[in-house]
Design a protein around this ligand. Structure first.
Ligand SMILES: NC(=O)c1ccc[n+]([C@@H]2O[C@H](COP(=O)([O-])OP(=O)(O)OC[C@H]3O[C@@H](n4cnc5c(N)ncnc54)[C@H](OP(=O)(O)O)[C@@H]3O)[C@@H](O)[C@H]2O)c1
Length: 268
């Protein structure tokens, strides 16, 4: 087996019971990897794993913000499959609200889920990757780091992701001697329904701002496309890394509110 093929590698995907993480798990599994799906909700996790109908997939319930629980989760994967070759740090929480009215718990949640949790996951996986002779960490960021004018009031979210990107570059130097490579993967908009998290009032305000900024919206990519692109970051020879990859939709779509779009559909 070429160790740079993903075949038989053991990869932990944090934030994998739905959306991009689930799609990434599916691709890795199809390419012969063993995947450990990590998320908080046990029921949804069990459903996701059952859907794969594969001995090569397992689910571990843990919160990435709870470092002790995370350590146990990684130890459980090691106990099951004897090694860990990779981590996809995919947990994140996208939320738009004007900063001046954002309550303290929301500020903390944005920083915890988009920065601290992934940092804890890196801390937990490093000893396992070193013991395996090397490996890969893919930290999932967001194109909002480089496109701050596209959607309003995502400032704290994209700042936390920007911190994750800088952290990843620093970590890359720290881990090079251990043959552990670090990728920053940056998706544009993806159709995962994450906008459902938004407070309706905050979303309404952000939508109004968005409507005034240029004539086009670039649509949304499918989670399967983005999940497969993340999985592809694992299939390079040792010593070669995807250091940064950004995948964005390029679908010229007229800007309109959902209500206008429904009206247009009804009329056609
Ligand atoms: N969707 C987009 O348009 C978009 C664009 C750019 C970047 N991204 C980034 O891509 C990543 C995935 O986004 P997505 O839209 O696919 O997310 P999603 O559909 O909301 O799924 C999030 C996953 O993470 C798990 N999760 C949430 N909090 C967790 C925690 N504290 N500990 C462990 N697991 C947790 C969720 O399960 P539980 O709730 O059961 O824990 C779920 O499996 C995120 O980092 C996001 O910021 C998304």
């Amino acid at each position: 087996m070429d160790r740079w093929q993903v075949q038989d590698q053991v990869i932990v995907i944090a934030g994998a019971s739905k959306g991009i993480g689930l799609a990434c798990a599916q691709t890795l599994l199809q390419r012969g990897a063993r995947v450990a799906l990590l998320a908080r909700d046990r029921g949804r996790l069990d459903e996701a794993v059952a859907g794969f109908k594969s001995e090569r997939a397992c689910g571990i319930a843990a919160d990435v913000c709870d470092k002790a629980a995370l350590e146990q989760a990684f130890a459980a994967v090691k106990a099951k499959w004897g090694r860990i070759d990779g981590l996809v740090n995919n947990v994140g929480f996208q939320f738009a609200r004007r900063l001046e009215v954002m309550p303290e718990p929301e500020v903390r949640k944005l920083l915890e889920l988009n920065f601290l949790g992934p940092v804890f996951a890196c801390q937990c996986v490093i000893p396992h990757l070193r013991a395996a002779g090397g490996g890969r960490i893919v930290n999932v960021s967001s194109a909002s780091v480089r496109n701050d004018n596209e959607f309003s009031h995502l400032g704290l979210y994209s700042s936390a992701k920007a911190a994750l990107e800088h952290f990843s570059r620093e970590l890359r130097h720290e881990l090079k001697a251990d043959r552990i490579m670090v990728t920053v993967f940056s998706p544009g908009a993806v159709a995962t329904g994450s906008v459902a998290n938004f407070d309706p009032a905050a979303l309404g305000e952000a939508m109004q701002d968005w409507l005034t900024k240029g004539p086009r919206f670039d649509g949304a990519a499918q989670p399967e496309t983005i999940g497969a692109a993340i999985a592809g970051c694992f299939e390079f020879p040792p010593g070669v890394a995807v250091e940064f990859m950004e995948v964005r939709p390029n679908i010229p779509t007229p800007k309109m509110l959902e209500s206008d779009w429904k009206q247009e559909q009804a009329g056609s």
